[in-house]
Design a protein around this ligand. Structure first.
Ligand code: NAD
Length: 493
């Protein structure tokens, strides 16, 4: 089954494509018959209508996932599971342009960024875990001379995958690929604003040979579909990326049947620039670290900490870099900065700019809406930011950077660690000892030295405190989708 959609055609007279839920290998309308619209944030035009799931649709999807878990998916050879995932990766490569365009239009991302980052990361993740499918093993453990004792790793069961709108395809695949490789089955709830790429991946997965019911996709509101999944007695695990507030609710809901939970939440990451750093490289990476994806990145370097002697130069260079960024049409391969995801998000970011100015920080550039169509904001740099200010403590999730002055190593570590989050941090210095001392002190799941923002599926990714818990990527993710079973065999009977 392969269906190509005409998402270009969004004039008012053209038919707008309609997408249905994907349950048990079938496209189906939601039981309520309701649907919602999805917009291109760059143009504010409706690009599709989508069936809106509810609790009953979730019940049907979970039942299908359970049947597939107990049936074809768990009785298939692990190597065959891997082959299906490799075939899906091949199909994603064949459909790369279509997927990139879909993601660009639905999430308002510059197409160049999707082709450089989102899509290659999603495909790399899938091939990495496809290779793992037949390599998940247990241990033979020495206990008593009259017993053979060993462990096997078994899939946890039916997994609810709940993802945000900032990297729908990429973060979705960070969860789907290891869960499927481990033999779990899935009910996925994409973010309301960005359901299209997930639905397309669901179709390609069927084409790749994934048995019906292994991957079900139920778009709809978080409070309805997400909540129903989190509270469902037949869901074994929830893997979630999103905001700390929703993450807290998920933990409470999951307590009902003691679901396993992985949470990847927000961040307020510090990018620390010492006075002996290569300032050109540091400010280039610091600008990319906050303005990439219009700042809608959990690990965005939204706080740049600059040592006293270089503070003014860092502000100047960041300001110049912000002003040089090309804002515009997301379909144009030369565009660096697209819109933010929605009107609501745009208003929230502009409110933070207001708050920063009222708090007494100096806005050196940007922070204003650009044009009156599409949710574009000019990249903003705040200087003279005090550590206690709200713009320095709260996640803005937009193209706004706060530049904070520090004195010495101890001051840098205190400020860097001084928020509720613990996701990522960067440090810039030519002094290797100084960088390593910072690494030791940093409350962060990832630390970048003289670089910023890289992720790779081979290295664990995640945080602590308000940034959540559990790790995605690497062999660590496999542990989150499997349960060890200890086996005792009496050798004397
Ligand atoms: P969000 O928490 O509002 O939504 C995330 C997902 O949860 C969406 O699919 C939403 O529909 C769903 N949801 C909402 N209410 C729910 C409920 N009651 N029960 C179950 N599901 C529910 O976050 P967002 O606005 O989509 O994304 C932005 C946030 O995500 C930011 O705070 C950002 O830092 C965080 N984020 C973190 C990472 C990471 O890797 N740590 C990555 C991307 C985004």
């Amino acid at each position: 089954m392969s269906i190509a959609y005409d998402y270009h055609n969004t004039t008012t007279t053209a038919a707008i494509p309609h997408k249905q839920l994907l349950i048990d290998g079938q496209h189906v309308e939601s039981v309520s018959g309701r649907s919602f619209k999805t917009l291109n944030p760059a143009t504010e035009q409706v690009i599709a209508t989508i069936s809106e799931g509810n609790e009953v649709d979730v019940d049907r999807a979970v039942a299908a996932a359970r049947r597939a878990f107990e049936g074809p998916w768990s009785t298939m050879r692990a190597a065959e599971r891997g082959h299906i995932l490799f075939r899906l990766a091949d199909l994603m490569k064949q459909h790369a342009d279509e997927l990139a365009e879909l993601e660009s239009r639905d999430a308002g991302k510059p197409i160049a960024a999707v082709l450089r980052q989102d899509l290659p990361s999603a495909i790399d993740t899938l091939t990495y875990y496809a290779g793992w499918a037949d390599k998940i093993s247990g241990d033979v453990v020495s206990t008593r001379p009259d017993a053979l004792t060993y462990t096997v790793r078994e899939p946890v069961g039916v997994v609810a995958v709940i993802v945000p709108w900032n990297f729908p395809l990429m973060i979705g695949m960070w969860k789907l690929a290891p869960a499927l490789a481990c033999g779990c089955t899935i009910v996925m709830k994409p973010a309301e604003l960005t359901s299209l790429s997930a639905l397309r991946i669901g179709e390609l997965a069927l084409e790749a040979g994934l048995p019906p019911g292994v991957l079900n996709i139920v778009p709809g509101p978080g409070r309805v579909v997400g909540d129903a999944l989190v509270n469902h007695p037949d869901v074994d695990k929830v893997t979630f990326t999103g905001s700390p507030g929703v993450g807290r609710g998920i933990l409470r809901g999951a307590a009902g049947n003691f679901k396993r939970v992985s949470l990847e939440l927000g961040g307020k990451s510090a990018n620390v620039i010492f006075d002996d750093a290569n300032l050109d490289a540091a400010t280039k990476a610091a600008a990319a670290g906050i303005f990439f994806n219009a700042g809608q990145v959990c690990s965005a370097g939204s706080r740049v900490l600059a040592q006293e002697a270089v503070y003014d130069e860092v502000v100047e260079r960041l300001t110049a870099r912000a002003e040089a960024l090309r804002i515009g049409d997301t379909a144009d391969k030369g565009t660096a900065l697209g819109p933010v995801i929605s009107e609501k998000q745009m208003k929230s970011i502009l409110d933070y700019v207001d708050i920063g100015e009222k708090e007494g920080a100096t806005l050196t550039t940007g922070g204003r809406r650009v044009g009156d169509r599409g949710y574009y904001i000019s990249p903003a740099v705040f200087a003279n930011v005090a550590h206690e200010m709200r713009i320095s403590q709260e996640e803005i999730f937009g193209p706004v950077v706060s530049v904070i002055k520090f004195r010495d190593e101890a001051d840098a570590a205190r400020i860097a660690n001084g928020t509720a989050y613990s996701l990522a941090a960067g440090v810039w210095s030519r002094d290797i000892g100084r960088t390593q001392r910072f690494v030791k002190k940093a409350n962060a799941g990832t630390v970048w030295i003289n670089t910023y923002g890289y992720t790779d599926v081979r290295l664990p990714w995640g945080g602590a405190r308000d940034s959540g818990f559990g790790r995605e990527h690497g062999s660590q993710a496999l542990e989150t989708f499997t349960e060890p079973k200890s086996v005792w065999m009496n050798l004397n009977v």
